[in-house]
Unconditional design. Structure first.
Length: 292
């Protein structure tokens, strides 16, 4: 299956263009990253089913700079996602299409890509890509006690969310939703969670924290460093430390437990539903708290 993944647009004045598109779509880039070997900085904006990739030249010799000098800012390429990038490329080669480059290569936003020359595609450059469905990038952080694996998504200058993964919700789905407007850091709850130490090691000040009641109760993190708490209910609990700006979230099997917790906690919102609804509620909760 081939699906439109994004539309690539060459831009000349990045701040101005990003501001205009932000006003039109109501969305800021969820990711901006340089691709040094191509001399370009990419800015990705979600638009529903597909995305926009805004391409900013980093130097006068980059392909984007040359494209703009020749054609001006505007449509640069159409990108289509495929199931098997190598089989697709071989099929195009056998069909006589002119392929740019010797083999699929690493592109922006976690993709493997290749391009078909625009002379074979009606004058528009076609990109074909295979996306790693995981938006979380593996990393680690050195604390006072240990080196902890951490996964990240989104931009560091966005509101920061520390998620402790206990297997209660679909973390990939949650991260895919939150990365558009937040900086998501995911830790597994098997590790010893010295919350303040971990935030210091990550260079973070105040964060939204998303975890089960057990983790949140035992997490050594002063309330002054919590922007809000998102509680993933996975069992009957008697109570929760008094805090502000709490979202209690649960799958339908734990609806009664979530309602019981909600009735005992001051200043809390409640959502019961599938993982997608929980992710949407978490995004809205974070946006609401940060808008104040």
């Amino acid at each position: 299956m081939i699906e439109l993944e994004h539309v690539g647009i060459a831009i000349e004045d990045a701040p101005s263009t990003l501001a205009v598109i932000g006003n039109i779509l109501g969305e800021a880039p969820y990711k901006s990253e340089p691709v040094s070997e191509e001399g370009v900085r990419t800015h990705f904006i979600r638009t529903g089913g597909a995305k926009l990739e805004l391409l900013e030249a980093l130097n006068s010799d980059s392909p984007i700079a040359k494209f703009i000098r020749k054609r001006g800012p505007g449509l640069h390429h159409l990108a289509f996602e495929v199931d098997d990038i190598h089989t697709t490329r071989d099929r195009f080669v056998q069909a006589g299409f002119s392929i740019l480059g010797d083999a699929p290569r690493r592109g922006a936003d976690g993709k493997i890509v290749f391009f078909v020359h625009p002379r074979d595609t009606g004058g528009v450059l076609f990109e074909f890509c295979r996306q790693d469905r995981s938006v979380l990038e593996n990393s680690s952080v050195e604390t006072r006690h240990d080196s902890l694996p951490v996964r990240r998504a989104g931009r560091p200058d966005n509101p920061q969310v520390l998620v402790v993964d206990s297997g209660v919700v679909d973390i990939e789905l949650l991260a895919r939703r939150l990365e558009q407007s937040s900086y998501v850091l995911v830790l597994r709850d098997e590790v010893i969670l010295d919350g303040a130490n971990i935030l210091d090691a990550l260079g973070l000040g105040r964060v939204h924290v998303a975890a089960t009641p057990r983790v949140l109760t035992n997490l050594d993190l002063p309330s002054a460093r919590r922007l809000s708490s998102i509680v993933f209910v996975d069992a009957e609990v008697d109570g929760f430390p008094d805090d502000h700006d709490i979202l209690i979230a649960a799958a339908p099997p734990y609806a009664a437990a979530a309602a019981h917790l909600w009735s005992s906690v001051r200043d809390a919102d409640l959502v019961v539903g599938d993982d997608e609804l929980i992710a949407l509620a978490a995004e809205k909760h974070i946006r609401r708290v940060d808008a104040r």
